[in-house]
Design a protein around this ligand. Structure first.
Ligand SMILES: [Fe+2]
Length: 193
C-alpha cells in the first residue's frame, strides 16, 4: 500500500502550530529558549483561570517562535509554569527524558546549519549528541532545563525518496508489529522451557 488517499471531506490541516509542555520555572525556561537559543518570546500570559474548567488556577503561559523570525512559517514551542498545581511531583515531571519517551524536533535548512548549531551549543557548554545519520535526515540532540530532549534535524539529499520507499511498507510493518507484540511473551515462555 502506498499513501492512504486523502479524504476529500477532511478539513485542511497546515502542520504544526505549537506544542506545549510544563516547565519548572518560566524565567529559567525563557532564559534558555530566548537568550541562549535565540527564539523570541512572543507571548507571556499570566492567567488566573483554568481555560477549560473555569476554576481558579494561576499559571504563566509562554510561546517562543521557532521559525518565522528567520523566514520559516510561524510555529511555536509553548510552556506552562503552574507553580501551585496540586499533586505535582517535580522529580517526575522534570526528569531527564529519554528520547523514546519524549523529544521535540526542529527542522533546519541544511547540514551546514546542523554543524553550526552543534558548535554553537557546545560553545555554550550544552552537551550535544550527534550528528546521527538516520538515513533520511541527520540530527543532533540536547536537553532543555526541564529535562526535555530537543532535536535539530537537517534533511539528507534522499529524504523525500526514502519516505516514499518507507510508505510502501508502513501498513505491512504495522501488521507484523501488532502480531509480534501480542505474541511476544508466549514466545519467551516457550524458549525458557
Ligand atoms: Fe526525532
Amino acid at each position: 500500500m502506498t499513501n492512504r488517499p486523502v479524504d476529500p471531506e477532511q478539513p485542511p490541516v497546515s502542520g504544526l502550530h505549537h506544542s506545549a509542555y510544563r516547565c519548572r520555572d518560566a524565567e529559567e525556561t525563557r532564559v534558555f529558549y530566548e537568550d541562549t537559543l535565540g527564539f523570541p518570546m512572543k507571548m507571556a500570559l499570566h492567567n488566573h483561570v483554568h481555560p477549560t474548567t473555569g476554576e481558579p488556577d494561576v499559571f504563566m503561559h509562554l510561546f517562543f517562535d521557532i521559525g518565522s523570525h528567520v523566514g520559516g512559517k510561524a510555529n511555536y514551542i509553548a510552556f506552562f509554569d503552574v507553580p501551585d498545581h496540586p499533586g505535582d511531583d517535580p522529580k517526575e515531571l522534570y526528569k531527564t527524558r529519554w528520547g523514546l519517551d519524549l523529544h521535540f524536533a526542529m527542522g533546519l535548512a541544511d547540514h551546514e546549519a546542523l554543524h553550526a548549531w552543534k558548535d554553537r551549543l557546545e560553545r555554550l557548554e550544552i552537551e550535544v549528541e550527534g550528528p546521527i545519520d538516520h538515513g533520511m535526515f541527520s540530527s543532533i540532540y540536547f536537553h532543555d532545563p526541564n529535562g526535555y530532549r530537543l532535536e535539530f534535524s537537517a534533511a539528507n539529499a534522499a529524504q523525500s525518496e526514502v519516505f516514499e520507499q518507507h510508505v510502501r511498507d508502513a501498513h505491512e510493518n504495522m501488521k507484523k508489529w501488532n502480531a509480534w507484540k501480542v505474541n511476544r511473551h508466549v514466545k519467551v515462555a516457550v524458549g525458557q522451557e
